[in-house]
Design a binder for this molecule. Structure first.
Ligand code: MN
Length: 154
């Protein structure tokens, strides 16, 4: 289960995203006004942020840049959702710092898959970090290579 913050100004989309995420066992939280989004990220401490790009006040691109610009929040994966995919949009969204991009109307399968991939990648990074810490605590013994196992004939 992951905490997922949704920044979206459209009520129907909020309902759709929240229902979808809850159905996958996640804990969604939605912000309608993007001016409150950064505070919501700080307070809710989500494992993933899903943001619309076309938002009044603070655009999704600005929000992504603000999250990436904040040391404490910069590590949170971001998935962008956008209604228009003009040429260069995906590049701009990725350049701003989002890891993934899904276009509206969303495919439910693709949406869920992208969420799962981002969360998996994130927990992989956290495991790797823990692994490094653990390795760093180890002795100076470089370790002995395992003797080669049997080759799988297939
Ligand atoms: Mn919108």
């Amino acid at each position: 289960m992951a905490k997922i913050l949704i920044v979206e100004d459209n009520a129907l989309n909020i309902k759709l995203f929240c229902d979808l995420l809850a159905a996958h066992g996640h804990e969604p939280e939605a912000v309608t006004d993007s001016r409150n989004a950064l505070d919501a990220v700080r307070n809710f401490k989500p494992d993933l942020v899903i943001t619309d790009i076309q938002l009044p006040h603070v655009s999704g691109l600005e929000l992504i840049r603000m999250i990436r610009g904040d040391k404490k929040l910069a590590g949170i994966p971001i998935m962008a959702v956008t209604a228009y995919s003009a040429q260069g949009d995906e590049e701009r969204i990725r350049a701003a710092g989002a890891q993934a991009y899904v276009s509206k109307p969303i495919s439910v399968v693709r949406f869920a898959q992208t969420v799962a991939e981002l969360l998996e990648a994130q927990s992989g990074r956290e495991l790797a970090k823990t692994g490094d810490d653990w390795a760093n605590e180890g002795s100076e013994d470089p370790g002995v290579d395992e003797p080669g196992g049997e080759k799988n004939p297939t």
